[in-house]
Write a protein that binds this ligand. Structure first.
Ligand code: SAM
Length: 337
């Protein structure tokens, strides 16, 4: 009777995973890690500083200890090394933008996943059939939050691409759908011989310019405003698209790939990166969940496998295309014209 190796543990852990997720997201929302980076504190001091009610405060902080996000020694709470590095707003390495957006937008949107699964319709700002980006960008706070979130989610992959690609063969690049411009910034820092452009909707320009200026790279990088469905892409030796193709349906993906082909010279390089789904569609859970995120967020977006992307690139005329791993769930597909 007790030999059955099956337990419901995995089911229960996954079914209640949002508890842990929301505890972390609320900690980011109240800037707990930023406060603790300034000074380690005891329960009473944190309650006062962060305006927490006494009923939940200790359980909340100790949950974060149990999850490994905080340390507690003799009643004094401090950040764990990862939260200190990545979730202190005063550090350049802060990547909490994606968690701020997860808390404010994705968490409520995902509550309607079942509706999206039954209707195929997004549950985000795009619900009424409007372009997600135009909806977001009409609100300056959402614009800033979204662009900061992109930097948070992409920084590690951006730094890897800045090193891993054969940059010495090229002199210009255009990062298409650049958002705040972190990929362009990381490439310019690592490869000072390159001149780069960030291409995005015109509303993004001030946020890009501020970020490039703050990184003292205005001589190496410039902004080109436009709509990648109605305008040509800027001509460059290398065209990059990070987390772009997954936002759109198949027809739109093919339009963007064809535009990259047109903008490149013979021998030019096209780099696409996303959390690719593994070709067998069974292992890269993050890539599959990201595709469901595109379901609830966008009108027609979906994530895809490396084999899918290579197929689209070859159909558009690219000679070679290969998949390379970046970090964690992120992969790039590198094609040559
Ligand atoms: C998901 S974000 C990716 C940002 C960044 N490449 C990264 O990986 O972190 C998509 C980007 O595409 C831009 N975008 C959306 N529609 C666009 C359009 N029609 N023309 C140009 N850029 C667009 C958005 O403004 C946004 O910066």
């Amino acid at each position: 009777m007790f030999d059955n190796p099956l337990t419901p543990d995995h089911i229960l852990q996954t079914g209640t995973a949002f508890w842990a997720s929301k505890a972390l997201l609320s900690a980011v929302e109240i800037e707990l890690f930023t406060e603790l980076a300034k000074q380690a504190e005891d329960l009473q001091a944190l309650q006062n500083r962060l305006g927490l009610h006494e009923r939940g405060a200790q359980d909340f902080l100790d949950t974060l200890v149990a999850l490994g996000f905080l340390n507690r020694e003799k009643g004094i709470y401090s950040n764990a090394p990862e939260t200190d590095l990545f979730l202190d707003k005063n550090k350049e390495s802060y990547m909490g933008g994606i968690l701020e957006m997860a808390n404010n937008r994705l968490y409520p949107t995902w509550a309607h996943l079942t509706t999206a699964l039954k209707t195929g319709q997004p549950q985000s700002e795009e619900k009424d059939g409007d372009d997600l980006f135009l909806e977001l960008y009409a609100d300056p706070a959402k614009l800033k939050e979204f662009l900061g979130a992109m930097t948070g989610v992409s920084r590690g992959a951006n730094m890897t691409m800045a090193q891993q690609l054969p940059w010495s063969d090229y002199s210009t690049f255009a990062d298409v759908g650049t958002a705040q411009g972190d990929l362009a910034v990381q490439i310019a820092k690592a490869q000072p011989h390159l001149k780069g452009m960030g291409f995005d909707l015109p509303q993004v320009e001030p946020v890009f310019e501020d970020y490039v200026e703050a990184n003292r790279l205005s001589k190496n990088l410039s902004f080109v405003g436009g709509d990648f469905f109605t305008d040509d892409l800027p001509r460059a030796d290398v065209i990059l698209m990070g987390h772009i193709l997954h936002d759109w349906d198949l027809e739109q993906k093919n339009v963007l790939i064809a535009k990259a082909w047109q903008a490149l010279p013979e021998g030019g390089m096209f780099v696409v990166y996303d959390s690719l789904i593994d070709d067998e569609r069974r292992e890269n859970t993050f890539g599959l969940l990201m595709s469901l995120n595109m379901l609830v967020e966008t009108l027609g977006g979906f994530d895809y496998t490396g084999a899918d992307c290579i197929g689209w690139m070859k159909a558009a005329g690219f000679k070679e295309a290969r998949v390379e791993h970046l970090l964690g769930p992120d992969f790039m597909v590198v094609a040559v014209k």
